[in-house]
Write a new protein. Structure first.
Length: 517
């Protein structure tokens, strides 16, 4: 630092943080059962073909696979898949070694993980080490290799340098389950008439597991499974889908409540399937009287959809969350802000699984449920007319508020690493105000600018000495989406351990008694 600046003779240059980008991640997360693929590892796929390649595509026990087909068919672009398994078992592979064998176990469970392995001694000068090649095939008995690993100069002796069990801890295909042999494994290669190398195929002991339960969907924080895999991930998503557990069982309330709480903390929207028992609008209206999930972070469209089941060769009724997610993703690409001024268009061959009279549609909307038609408005969240404020019920307003919370939280993290005080507070106010003015100019906020469309507060009232000593920073902003000056407030808190953005209330003194943008 220059000496004059250090002594305070020259004012430091004003902070000029980059503009906050208004970017919707455009990603829909799906949690459920798949035919194959990594378990508990959120994985992005960008097409139905990529889902087929990585997770096995359509599978009759997997309602997730049908939801993903709906999603891409209705215009979705990116899906984040979390595979959940209940008791699935990985296949093993035995490499003969002396009187025993070295047993490998597939890293991914299920019957569709087709592995094979080869052992050779190429370049090996002792009797301890060997080369191991492991391949995953598209189908058994074929040469269509999906993935391959080569592990050179590994040892069969536990405790030795490059012991095979230790080396395979970094494998994406297998682990060493047991090393019962008292010698290195036998070489599998041999020169055949075609010059091909022989491999040892995996055993037929893999298992796809049982149908899922709510507990499987909720998952374990320690194992990072189910919804907890999403909670532990830094990957951002805007929509979350929990397709039915199977063809006969809906997702239970316990899993939906956990998912809604996750969406609240991650500023995402949970899409909920109407239960299969709601066979007509009258049944839906009666059941909604005791429906336990009412949340501004959740949305439902009634009825379900009819779609061709390509595996059964007939049209069947399915949950609709994949289709709704695809339509929302498609309209988001066309509109500058989430679903602003657009209507959802259901693409063929999907059709609503029943007609809803206009009077029934109005009653459903008052109870927080939208009506799915060939063309429909994305109207309300799952908050009843009597219980929710307009900002909480209006789906477009809620999604815009969630998008702003995500962008502002990420775009203002820089301030936590600057010296606290008025210069950084001033820069934060200007940075957030510039974003909100951009949103207002695009028609996303009511009013004519700062003071009526939005407010931004970041000063000593929110950041007292104790908070500064703890290395924390707070910022409050309000947005008016329904009426000028009618603000919905959000409090941003940055800590070294992590950041949060939560809905907040603000009294008149806090709002108008100090500097605002």
């Amino acid at each position: 630092m220059p000496e004059a600046l250090r002594r305070g003779l020259v004012a430091p240059a004003p902070l000029s943080p980059p503009a906050i980008a208004l970017e919707d991640p455009g990603i829909t997360a799906f949690v459920g059962r798949c035919l194959r693929g990594p378990v508990g590892e959120p994985t992005t796929v960008r097409s139905a073909e990529e889902f087929q390649r990585r997770f096995g595509g359509l599978w009759q026990p997997s309602m997730l696979s049908y939801a993903v087909e709906q999603f891409f068919g209705q215009g979705g672009r990116q899906a984040l898949i979390v595979r959940v398994a209940n008791g699935a078992r990985a296949a093993t592979l035995d490499l003969p070694a002396g009187r025993g064998a070295i047993r490998l176990r597939a890293l991914v469970p299920g019957t569709r993980e087709h592995l094979r392995a080869a052992v050779d001694y190429d370049g090996i000068g002792d009797g301890e080490r060997f080369n191991l090649t492991v391949q995953r095939l598209l189908a058994p008995g074929t040469e269509r290799i999906e993935s391959q690993e080569s592990h050179r100069q590994v040892s069969w002796r536990p405790g030795a340098e490059r012991y095979v069990g230790d080396v395979l801890l970094n494998s994406r295909l297998v682990r060493c389950a047991a090393a019962e042999g008292q010698a290195r494994p036998q070489a599998t290669w041999r020169l055949t008439a075609s010059g091909q190398q022989a491999y040892v195929a995996s055993n037929a002991d893999g298992d796809d597991g049982a149908r899922l339960t709510d507990y499987d969907l909720i998952g374990s924080p320690e194992l990072r499974s189910g919804l907890q895999a999403l909670a532990a991930s830094e990957l951002q998503f805007g929509l979350l889908c929990l397709p039915p557990l199977d063809r006969e069982h809906d997702v239970g309330v316990a899993a939906l409540l956990v998912a809604a709480r996750l969406c609240r903390t991650r500023h995402a929207l949970l899409l909920v399937d109407p239960p299969a028992a709601w066979t007509d609008a009258a049944a839906a209206l009666q059941a909604l009287g005791t429906w336990p999930l009412q949340a501004a972070e959740a949305c439902m469209f009634y009825p379900r959809v009819l779609m061709p089941d390509r595996l059964r060769g007939q049209v069947e009724c399915f949950g609709n969350v994949g289709a709704i997610a695809g339509m929302l993703a498609r309209t988001d690409e066309l509109a500058p802000l989430p679903a602003l001024g657009t209507r959802l268009q259901l693409r063929a061959p999907l059709l609503p699984a029943g007609a809803v009279a206009e009077a029934e549609a109005q009653r459903l909307e008052r109870l927080g449920v939208n009506t799915l038609r060939a063309q429909c408005s994305a109207a309300v969240t799952m908050v009843t007319e009597l219980q929710g404020r307009r900002g909480a019920r209006n789906l477009r307003a809620r999604r815009l508020a969630q998008l702003l919370a995500t962008c502002i939280e990420r775009g203002t993290r820089w301030a936590l690493y600057e010296p606290p005080g008025e210069p950084v507070w001033r820069a934060l106010r200007a940075q957030v105000a510039a974003l909100l003015e951009q949103v207002r100019a695009q028609g996303g906020l009511a009013g004519g600018g700062a003071g009526s469309s939005f407010e931004v507060i970041c000063d000593a009232r929110l950041n007292d000495g104790a908070e500064r000593r703890r290395g924390e920073l707070a910022l409050l902003y309000g947005i008016a989406q329904q009426q000028p000056g009618e603000f919905e407030f959000w409090l941003v808190r940055h800590r070294l351990a992590g950041s949060t953005v939560l809905p907040a209330s603000a009294n008149a003194r806090l709002c108008h008694g100090g500097p605002t943008a």
